[in-house]
Design a protein around this ligand. Structure first.
Ligand SMILES: Cc1ncc(COP(=O)(O)O)c(C=O)c1O
Length: 403
C-alpha cells in the first residue's frame, strides 16, 4: 500500500487525485534490495547500513552517523547523549511536528516551547535568548527555570519545512549558557545554512527517512555527530546496550532501534538521487512562487539569503482579510477538486499532549498555524499537476470577491 492510498480516508483515490507528497523511487532501489535478498543480508547488520551511514555523514559534514529505525528514535538517543535526564527541561520549537516533544518526554524531561520568527517560520532566536536571560537563573552549575524550578539542559531547534533555522545565534546562545544543541534536521536533509548542511552544526543532529521525507526508506532515521564517544554510545544504546561481543551481558537499559540492511539499501539508492530531488523540489517551488507570489493575500515561502531551502514541504500563508477565504476553507475547496493539501501542526504549546500552565506564550506560531497550508510538492509532481494546483488556487481566490 502506498501513501497515495493511505493519505485519504476510505477508498483508494481516483487516478486524477493530486497527493501532497509521495515517494520517488526511480534509481537503484530494486537492484540493491534484491542484492540483500539474494545474499541473505536482510537484518540490522550489513554493508548497506554502513554505506548509508557514510553517505548521510558525508552529506551532513559529520565524522559519524548511526542509522536508526526512525527519526523519533534518533531524537530519543540524541537526548540521552546530551545528558538530558528526568525532570530536566529542553527548549524546543512550538511550531513543529510532535515527535521532538514526545522524545523529550521519553527521557522524562519537559519541553519548553519557543515561538517562531515570522519570516522563515523557524524557532525565534530572540525569544530563546529572552527566555534564558529573563526566566532562568544560575544555581551553582545548573541553569534553572525560575517558574518551574527545573534544570534547563539542552536546546532542540527544529529545521521545519526544508528551510534552515538561523542557527548561528542559537549556537552562540547555547555556548553562552553551556547547553548542547540537538538539531532536529528530520525535515532538512539537503538544505544548507551559510553553506553548511543542516544536522551537522550542533552537538548532534537527527534525520528521518519517513515516507514523506525528501528521501525515504519507508521508515528510518539517522543520528549524526562529530563526537566519536557519542557515536559509539549511540551505537551501543540502539543495539540493546550489549557489553560483550559474545556473552549477553548488559550494563545499561538499551533499545532495539537499529535500521535493517534491507531498508538501508533503499536509503543508499535514494541518497544517490538526493541532489536531483532537491533540484526538482526547487524547480516546483520556483513555478509556484512565480504563479502565486503576485496574488494579494498569499504569502509564498521566503528563502533567507543565508539559506538554501529544499522546499521539502511547500507552504503558503493566506491572509483571509485580503483573499476572503481562510486557509481551511481553501483546503476543503482544493480537496473537493481532488487536490490534497494540509495544515501545519497545532503549535505544541497548545497541544493537549504537551501544554503546560507554566509555558511560554507563542503568538507568532499561532498565527502561522491559522494561515498556513502546504501544497502538493512530490519530487515527481508533473507540470500539468502543478498547473492544476495553481489554476485551482487562482480560481478559488478570484471567486471570493475582495472588498
Ligand atoms: C520535525 C520532525 N521531527 C521528527 C520526526 C520524526 O521522524 P520519524 O517519523 O522518522 O520518527 C518528523 C517526521 O516524521 C518530523 O517532521
Amino acid at each position: 500500500m502506498n501513501l497515495r492510498e493511505t493519505q485519504a480516508p476510505g477508498a483508494p483515490q481516483a487516478p486524477d487525485f493530486v497527493p501532497l507528497i509521495v515517494p520517488e523511487i526511480r534509481g537503484n532501489e530494486w537492484h540493491y534490495v534484491k542484492e540483500c535478498l539474494d545474499t541473505n543480508w536482510v537484518s540490522s547488520v550489513g554493508s548497506y547500513v554502513e554505506r548509508f551511514e557514510r553517505m548521510v555523514a558525508d552529506q551532513a559534514g559529520t565524522r559519524y552517523a548511526v542509522a536508526t529505525m526512525n527519526g523519533t528514535s534518533a531524537l530519543h538517543i540524541a537526548l540521552m547523549l546530551a545528558g538530558v535526564e528526568r525532570d530536566d527541561e529542553v527548549l524546543v520549537s512550538s511550531l513543529t511536528f510532535i515527535a521532538p516533544a514526545n522524545a523529550i518526554r521519553y527521557v522524562g524531561a519537559w519541553p519548553v516551547f519557543m515561538d517562531s520568527e515570522p519570516r522563515y517560520l523557524q524557532i525565534d532566536p530572540v525569544h530563546t535568548l529572552d527566555f534564558l536571560k529573563s526566566d532562568c537563573t544560575w544555581d551553582g552549575a545548573a541553569l534553572i527555570n525560575r517558574r518551574t524550578r527545573r534544570r534547563v539542559r539542552a536546546i532542540l531547534p527544529v529545521h521545519i519545512l526544508g528551510h534552515p533555522v538561523d542557527l548561528n545565534p542559537i549556537l552562540e546562545i547555547a555556548e553562552a549558557f553551556s547547553l548542547p544543541v540537538i538539531e532536529d534536521a528530520t525535515e532538512g536533509l539537503g538544505s544548507t545554512y551559510r553553506g553548511r548542511s543542516v544536522g551537522g552544526m550542533g552537538s548532534v543532529g537527527c534525520f528521518s527517512f519517513n515516507g514523506n521525507k525528501i528521501i525515504t526508506t519507508g521508515g528510518g532515521g539517522m543520528l549524526v555527530t562529530n563526537s566519536a564517544e557519542w557515536a559509539e554510545k549511540a551505537r551501543y544504546l540502539t543495539t540493546q546496550a550489549k557489553d560483550d561481543p559474545i556473552e549477553y551481558v548488559h550494563r545499561a537499559i538499551g533499545f532495539n532501534y537499529r535500521l535493517t540492511n534491507l531498508l538501508a539499501a533503499v536509503g543508499c539508492a535514494q541518497m544517490e538521487s538526493l541532489d536531483a530531488y532537491i533540484q526538482s523540489k526547487r524547480q516546483i517551488a520556483k513555478r509556484y512562487n512565480s504563479a502565486l507570489g503576485g496574488i494579494p493575500g498569499i504569502t509564498i515561502p521566503a528563502e533567507a539569503e543565508w539559506a538554501q531551502s529544499t522546499y521539502w514541504m511547500y507552504t503558503i500563508r493566506i491572509d483571509a482579510g485580503i483573499t476572503h477565504i481562510d486557509s481551511r476553507s481553501l483546503l476543503r475547496e482544493l480537496h473537493s477538486r481532488k487536490i490534497q493539501t494540509r495544515p501545519l501542526w497545532q503549535p505544541l504549546h497548545l497541544s493537549p499532549a504537551h501544554a503546560h500552565p507554566d509555558g511560554q506564550a507563542c503568538p507568532v506560531a499561532e498565527v502561522i498555524h491559522r494561515d498556513a497550508i502546504s501544497l502538493p510538492c512530490s519530487v515527481g509532481l508533473t507540470i500539468p499537476d502543478q498547473d492544476r494546483v495553481i489554476d485551482a488556487i487562482v480560481d478559488i481566490v478570484s471567486r471570493n470577491p475582495r472588498s
